[in-house]
Write a protein that binds this ligand. Structure first.
Ligand SMILES: *[C@@H]1O[C@H](CO)[C@@H](O)[C@H](O)[C@H]1NC(C)=O
Ligand SMILES: *[C@@H]1O[C@H](CO)[C@@H](O)[C@H](O)[C@H]1NC(C)=O
Ligand SMILES: *[C@@H]1O[C@H](CO)[C@@H](O)[C@H](O)[C@H]1NC(C)=O
Ligand SMILES: *[C@@H]1O[C@H](CO)[C@@H](O)[C@H](O)[C@H]1NC(C)=O
Ligand SMILES: *[C@@H]1O[C@H](CO)[C@@H](O)[C@H](O)[C@H]1NC(C)=O
Length: 873
């Protein structure tokens, strides 16, 4: 979500640039086909009881109550970033929706957890889950019903994309485990998680529709969508996620918030999603069309062009659209039932579920209850409930276990306790203006713990690297500057530690000329970090570089300088930047993080289609011509050796992978076994309600100015009913139908046909610590499709991973990994199903420590494994 970024100047800009820009349309062939009607929810057995309860409530609701529940009450019209309308008479409360993926945004006494990209770098499924539980506890403690996270889209296609850091890394399977484990953790404590942003929102600039311009269109083919971008969403749905947020951008020219192919077909039918679909903030651009396309809730409720003035596409307009017959009652009933059922599914009907006790709009104890209204009653809005519990522990564990050691010449790390340190770079210490001095972290000052935008949270404190050195009693001198200080004089035995960073964020804030995406900084370090490292390396013989970063950066300016002995990526650690790093650099714990993306040698390593899209007259077009070939998939295909490969990460010890076995579990067939039919869904009357169900109540007290209500003036409601009677009809889109369908072959349960997740093979591998220090290894499993296929497939693709426990020198652990039917399939765009392209073919199942460190191969044809094999890449 975002604050609205409404620019009255964009029209002027558009006109003034028109002479040097060409207008482009969605390229030929990219179309979003109509898919109607919106499939009913409630047919999945896991949700039966919640739908039953919901239907009792919904069948008692009036029209105005139902439409109220589907919409926010207006931007800044309540304590949370989103506040839905309620149906108090029927017993359904307002829901509080709140950002963001790494902690409760705009609040107090909350934990600022490590960002998604940091969690991805741990390659630790247990920590992914534990962080989800802790986040869930904090949102519940603040009285939030709906957590607006986790983010698995953007996927990280574009290395310079602004919000990649909110997700778990540039690979669908890493995103899938990160997202689904987080969802399971959050929902285990009764908070509704929201998987977002569906879909292909791979750059920040031009993402939104506004008066002057349509949002950017991501044009991509069906196979790429299924095998990359939709994959993590499928896993989150399989985990029972309660809510899905649609992205701002368009796909194939059709806005995601009203793209019937995406919502009705892919999400609700093929993936069998049972919860409710919401818009991103001000992403809804029509009323009737978005409802028919499957949108269930609009947030924050306002129209997208001029919010805050009490206008909505839904609320009173939804009531009107039902009365005039344009939106079938059936569609409204399904939308409301999905929302109410999700609330039951998480147990939020329990009396013990807390009410909101904080205010996203102010830090004061008292303030306006409806800040969006000029004349608002005031009251207590912040109760300062401390929800941190012992979550600092899991936050610190993640920050530590994500730290990725890229280079460690002569084993310079770990440092001796008595090492004489010269520390450089403003990134080593807290923002001197105050840790929360920039709204939504919209500045890059001091230790970089998170990117900026709605995915940020206020820090309760920052444990900075300098705090860490201090509390360790380390012998250090700190030069709090990004220019090499003339007063730094090396003495024999000194070790220089240089802190540098690279930031990005959400488009409504521009930081140092970067409008969310790294438009101006490119993939370079910020604040002349390259020069600082070069200058330090010119004077000191032993230099350790610590990088806090949102994603890949270029290391070439200094990586090979003889003085640069070690490079550590500490990613975005949140509040726990200090002690987590100390535990690694002083060797209490061996580093065990791995890169959740590839580090290139040059931006030219990437295909041109991954450049940021600049200004275009009309709707900007972003065509994914690289198809499946992003990140390591591209480097392998183009045969480019990166600076560091996806999955790379060193330790203070070494590991071997041996004694592998492969066990067939499910015998594969070209197509998966047929899906089961959908179960039954709720049946309601489809009669159009009486106009009176939408009338304003007589003498309604305390009407809040500009607040969004679902009632209509009597005359308006009567006119809508009269329009229907007079036979006025809505111009339904081509292909519109109101008859529920059986659903596609690829569906059948939450996440898709359950047979897709049948385990085809299990692989067991012995991981042995062959070095001198205790440490944890990550076994990464990549699948190489048979090489003689007619269909083009990436050389290798990550399909599973597992992190060992801490292994003492010489100790070993047997780890188990699995490959599912889906992991061995390709999406067949003609059959519209997952197809195993070669049932008896020889798939290579590779296990190793990184995508470029694979020497152990199990073959599915011979069902044997071999060690010391030449790596496929
Ligand atoms: C976009 O167009 C491509 C090419 O025709 C098609 O394969 C794909 O399914 C379309 N995607 C959506 C979401 O409509
Ligand atoms: C809801 O239930 C109450 C009590 O049974 C009943 O009086 C009322 O008419 C119902 N309302 C609707 C809209 O069904
Ligand atoms: C709609 O929700 C608001 C906010 O909770 C509430 O004040 C109003 O009474 C609701 N309207 C109906 C029809 O229940
Ligand atoms: C019904 O009302 C909606 C909302 O105002 C409007 O968009 C739609 O065009 C109306 N339908 C007809 C047939 O007039
Ligand atoms: C700290 O380092 C300085 C040189 O940088 C050295 O002179 C001093 O003895 C060291 N202090 C301790 C307590 O080791």
């Amino acid at each position: 979500m975002s604050s609205h970024s409404f620019s009255p100047f964009s029209l002027v800009l558009l006109l003034s640039l028109s002479s040097c820009a060409t207008s482009v349309d969605v390229p030929a062939g990219y179309v979003s086909s109509p898919y109607y009607p919106a499939p009913h929810g409630g047919w999945s057995p896991d949700w039966t009881e919640s739908y039953r309860k919901a239907s009792l409530l919904v069948s008692n609701m009036t029209l105005a109550e139902k439409t109220n529940v589907t919409s926010g009450t207006g931007i800044y019209m309540g304590r949370c970033v989103g506040n839905s309308g309620s149906a108090p008479r029927a017993g359904f409360p307002q829901l509080c929706l709140q950002d963001g993926p790494l902690g409760v945004r705009n609040s107090d006494h909350n934990t600022a957890f490590p960002a998604g990209i940091t969690v991805g770098a741990t390659f630790d499924k247990d920590l992914m889950h534990a962080r989800g539980v802790a986040i869930g506890e904090e949102f519940r403690g603040k009285g939030v019903n709906v957590h607006l996270g986790p983010s698995v889209g953007p996927l990280g296609r574009r290395p310079r994309g602004g919000r990649n850091w909110e997700g778990f890394g540039a690979d669908p399977v890493l995103q899938a485990f990160g997202g689904s484990r987080t969802v399971e953790g959050i929902q285990s404590v009764g908070v509704i998680a929201t998987i977002k942003h569906l879909i292909a929102n791979e750059q920040e600039k031009y993402r939104m529709y506004n008066l002057a311009q349509d949002g950017i269109s991501s044009n991509l083919d069906d196979r790429t969508l299924h095998e990359l971008y939709l994959w993590p969403f499928a896993e989150a749905v399989r985990s029972g996620v309660g809510s899905v947020m649609m992205a701002y951008n368009a796909v194939n020219g059709s806005a995601c918030s009203q793209n019937s192919y995406l919502i009705n077909n892919l999400l609700k039918d093929e993936l069998g999603f049972q919860g409710f679909v919401m818009s991103d903030w001000l992403a809804q651009i029509t009323g009737v069309a978005s409802a028919l396309s499957g949108l269930d809730m609009t947030m924050p409720g306002d129209i997208h062009t001029i919010p805050l003035f009490g206008s909505s596409y839904w609320m009173y307009e939804y009531s009107r659209s039902v009365l005039n017959g344009s939106i079938p009652v059936d569609r409204l009933n399904d939308a409301v039932t999905r929302i109410v059922a999700t609330w039951f599914q998480m147990g939020q009907d329990s009396a013990s579920y807390p009410k909101p006790n904080f205010d996203s709009n102010t830090l004061d104890a008292e303030g306006p209850l409806f800040p969006g209204s000029l004349f608002s009653p005031k009251g207590v809005v912040n109760e300062f409930v401390d929800v941190q519990g012992n979550h600092a522990v899991v936050a610190r564990d993640i920050a530590r276990d994500a730290i990725t050691l890229l280079k460690n010449t002569n084993d310079i790390l770990p440092l001796a306790k008595t090492a004489k340190l010269k520390v450089f770079g403003t990134d080593a210490e807290k923002n001197p203006d105050g840790i929360n001095s920039c709204t939504d972290m919209g500045c890059d000052k001091g230790t970089l713990g998170m990117g900026w935008g709605s995915g940020s949270a206020r820090y309760p404190y920052v444990d900075s690297p300098i705090d860490g050195f201090k509390s360790r009693g380390a012998n250090y001198t700190f030069f709090n500057t990004d220019s090499f200080p003339s007063n730094s004089v090396p003495t024999a035995g000194d070790i220089a530690v240089v802190f540098v960073n690279a930031d990005s964020g959400e488009n409504y804030i521009t930081v140092e000329n970067n409008p969310g995406d790294r438009t101006d900084s490119n993939l370079n370090l910020w604040h002349n970090g390259d020069k600082l490292i070069q200058d330090v390396a010119a004077k000191y013989t032993d230099v350790v570089v610590i990088v806090h970063t949102v994603g890949p950066i270029l290391l070439e300016a200094w990586h090979d300088l003889p003085a640069v002995k070690a490079v550590l990526f500490a990613h975005l650690p949140g509040q726990e930047a200090g002690e987590s790093l100390m535990q690694i650099i002083f060797g209490d714990v061996s580093p065990s993080g791995h890169l959740p993306y590839t580090i290139p040698k040059s931006e030219d390593n990437y295909p041109d289609s991954l450049d940021l899209i600049g200004f275009e007259l009309g709707q900007p077009q972003d065509t994914f011509t690289e198809g499946l070939y992003i990140d390591y998939r591209h480097f392998h295909k183009a045969n480019i050796t990166p600076r560091y490969a996806f999955g790379h990460g060193l330790s203070y010890t070494t590991f071997s992978f041996s004694k592998a076995t492969i066990t067939p579990v499910t015998t594969l067939t070209t197509l998966p076994p047929a899906r089961a039919a959908k179960g039954s869904t709720m049946v309601y009357s489809t009669a159009i309600p009486a106009a009176a169900e939408a009338y304003w109540p007589a003498n309604f007290p305390n009407r809040i100015w500009r607040y969004l209500y679902s009632w209509l003036e009597k005359a308006d409601a009567d006119n809508a009913a009269a329009d229907l009677k007079a036979g006025k009809t809505y111009p339904y889109p081509t292909g519109y139908s109101n008859a529920q369908t059986a659903g596609p072959a690829a569906g059948g349960a939450q996440g898709g046909n359950p047979a897709l997740f049948d385990v085809a093979y299990t692989i067991s591998v012995t991981v042995t610590n062959t070095g001198k220090a205790t440490g944890r290894a990550v076994a990464q499993l990549y699948v190489q499709y048979p090489t003689d296929l007619a269909v083009d497939t990436p050389v290798i693709q990550l399909r599973d991973f597992v992190k060992t426990s801490a292994l003492a020198a010489g100790a070993s652990e047997v780890v188990k990994l699995r490959v599912t039917r889906k992991d061995m399939s390709v999406w067949d765009t003609v059959k519209q199903n997952w197809v195993v392209p070669s049932v008896d073919g020889d798939y290579g199942i590779w296990v190793g420590a990184a995508s470029d460190a694979l020497a152990l191969r199990c073959g599915t044809a011979a069902k044997t494994c071999a060690e010391g094999v030449k790596s496929p890449v």
